[in-house]
Design a protein around this ligand. Structure first.
Ligand SMILES: NC(=O)c1ccc[n+]([C@@H]2O[C@H](COP(=O)([O-])OP(=O)(O)OC[C@H]3O[C@@H](n4cnc5c(N)ncnc54)[C@H](OP(=O)(O)O)[C@@H]3O)[C@@H](O)[C@H]2O)c1
Length: 246
């Protein structure tokens, strides 16, 4: 695969490291100081992988999809613009895969939490909450992954209706689902979902040890989206991967 990296920070560099190890080629890297790419330079890439800033997503999707290039979007914190991204992808007939978290381990966490929510919907004595921890440079809060977990839980647990993502000033309502965020040090990313009753707690935790899991998932998604059109998530990629093993 010939890959363009939009955003060449912590994630961009990890994707580069793994891509080269796997025999892929990085044909272009772009950071905030790079000159805007031309159709010519972009033309060398089969796919672009975006790990930059939330505010740059729509502009990059517009530009790269006009050049007919599929995109993998790892950047988080832009999801209000999803309808616009869908419309651009559809108009230009290109493929986009986005995910709040490309790591296979976190996608297993999603599946376990979904199942837990389904079971505990019938057991009202259990409350649920989410805690996520990330390094102190992270721009968005709560993390996109925590929001994905909360959306899953709200879909499964009918007693939870609303996300509470800031520190409460008093008691929280039973229909609120609390997400607490901690920003400190160089923590790569930890997400814990706790189901808590008077009798016991069930905790499901994913701890990223480094960024290689995100990078591997993004590369799998890049290979998968190359010849497709439409907007997909990592769930679609993994569903196909588990079916075909490719
Ligand atoms: N989905 C996932 O699995 C996953 C996993 C980890 C992180 N992420 C997300 O990926 C994003 C990047 O994270 P990171 O840790 O790599 O951040 P980072 O180390 O701060 O790197 C950000 C990169 O984006 C560049 N950039 C900023 N504005 C840009 C623009 N307008 N056009 C092109 N490049 C621009 C920066 O350039 P300068 O250095 O010149 O400013 C830098 O190279 C975040 O949204 C994060 O939440 C997603």
């Amino acid at each position: 695969m010939k890959i363009a990296l939009i955003g060449y920070g912590k994630m961009g560099k990890e994707i580069e490291r793994l891509a080269l190890e796997r025999g892929d080629e990085i044909v272009l890297t772009i950071d905030s100081k790079s000159p805007p790419p031309s159709a010519g330079t972009a033309g060398k890439a089969d796919v672009a992988i975006h790990n930059a800033t939330p505010s740059s997503v729509v502009g990059h999707v517009r530009q790269w999809s006009e050049w007919g290039k599929p995109l993998v979007i790892g950047t988080t914190g832009w999801y209000d613009a999803l309808p616009e991204v869908r419309a651009i992808a559809q108009k230009n007939n290109i493929g986009v895969v986005y995910a709040s978290n490309f790591s296979i381990g976190v996608n297993i966490l999603f599946s376990l939490v979904n199942q837990g929510g389904k079971i505990l919907d019938k057991l009202p004595e259990y409350d649920v909450f989410i805690h996520e921890i990330h390094h102190k440079e992270k721009l968005d809060s709560p993390s996109g992954t925590a929001l994905t977990l909360a959306d899953l839980l709200i879909r499964q647990l009918h007693r939870k209706k609303e996300i509470l993502a800031k520190n409460p000033e008093g008691k929280i309502r039973p229909d609120q689902l609390a997400i607490a965020s901690t920003r400190a040090g160089s923590v790569v990313g930890t997400h814990r979902v706790t189901f808590d009753s008077g009798a016991d707690s069930i905790e499901i935790t994913h701890t990223a040890k480094n960024r290689s899991g995100f990078a591997l998932g993004a590369l799998l998604a890049a290979a998968w989206i190359e010849k497709k059109s439409g907007v997909f998530t990592m769930e679609d990629v993994l569903a196909d991967f588990l079916k075909t093993g490719e």
